[in-house]
Design a protein around this ligand. Structure first.
Ligand SMILES: [Mn+2]
Length: 292
């Protein structure tokens, strides 16, 4: 399979800083060779902002537009797009690039990313990524990302989220987003915990975007960033979950985000991240999108 590795080395508009260092770290640690060894043809496409002054929101939404264009390019060449990004808000660009396909979202993350500008305690744009995707906020800027249409809440399955802000949690409870906890995965296994939610998703969409904020992993086993929390999925559970997704619904694109290599003092997280991308290589579906 042709794989378009789209790297977005930014965190909150900062180039190669903090989680913005993750994408190139994975390339340096042999990501392309691993994919080649598995029989794929990886092509790296590096996204850079040409903003004269880098600013979180302006640069962030500009990057989403560039990601959308790269994902469309992947579809044109029947390649599977994997976006390696500092930020979870990259998801908006990836989903936009898959238009006009009806796209669902499977969202792995220790956080809900479901704040809005009016509920966020931090102001961090990434804490709003799912809210942007589902059309709850930042609508004007999101609609400027070519191809973007809000994803219906009922086409979103959230897996492993365990660290919420109070108002964010209330918003999530009121929404139609399906939330599968890490404890459900741990007690029922990936298929048992996710099977029904994925079947429901498969009924509604042409395929899914799989978002892997690596901090869905248990921080004690694989520290990912300053927001990592203990009690999450083990590496094996995450890989099992990705296999389960692929059994039920075509994976049209994937994103691997939020990895700050400075937290990975033992190399454990790098190892899991490489395995996750390998698993995505096995699971992905390279599609040719109908032209809109
Ligand atoms: Mn996130």
């Amino acid at each position: 399979m042709r794989i378009r590795l789209i790297t977005v080395p930014y965190d909150s508009g900062h180039f190669r800083d903090r989680m913005g260092a993750g994408p190139e770290h994975l390339l340096k640690h042999g990501l392309k060779d691993r994919l080649r060894d598995a029989g794929h043809m990886p092509v790296a496409a590096n996204i850079h902002s040409d903003d004269a002054f880098l600013a979180e929101n302006e640069t962030g939404f500009g990057l989403m537009g560039a990601i959308s264009a790269e994902v469309r390019r992947a579809a044109d060449e029947a390649a599977f797009p994997i976006v390696l990004a500092g930020n979870c808000s990259s998801s908006v660009g990836t989903v936009a690039g898959l238009a006009p396909a009806r796209v669902g979202v499977v969202w792995f993350d220790s956080h809900g990313d479901f704040n809005t500008p009016d509920t966020t305690p931090s102001g961090f744009l990434d804490g709003m990524a799912v809210a942007i995707l589902t059309g709850h906020c930042w609508r004007a800027l999101a609609l400027r990302v070519e191809g973007f249409r809000p994803v219906p809440e009922q086409a979103v399955v959230m897996v492993g989220a365990r660290d919420f802000d109070a108002e964010e949690h209330a918003r999530l409870d009121r929404s139609a987003i399906d939330h599968v906890s890490e404890t459900a995965v741990q007690s029922q296994g990936a298929e048992g915990a996710l099977g029904m939610a994925l079947e429901a998703l498969a009924q509604q969409v042409d395929g899914v975007y799989v978002h892997i904020d690596l901090d869905v992993l248990d921080a004690d086993m694989a520290p990912v960033n300053k927001f990592s929390t203990p009690g999450g999925l083990t590496p094996e559970q995450l890989l099992d979950c990705l296999e389960a997704v692929a059994r039920h619904v075509p994976i049209l694109a994937a994103g691997v985000t939020a990895f700050d290599p400075s937290y990975d003092t033992e190399g454990a997280t790098t190892d899991v991240a490489l395995k996750v991308v390998e698993q995505l290589g096995r699971s992905g579906t390279a599609i040719t999108l109908p032209s809109s």
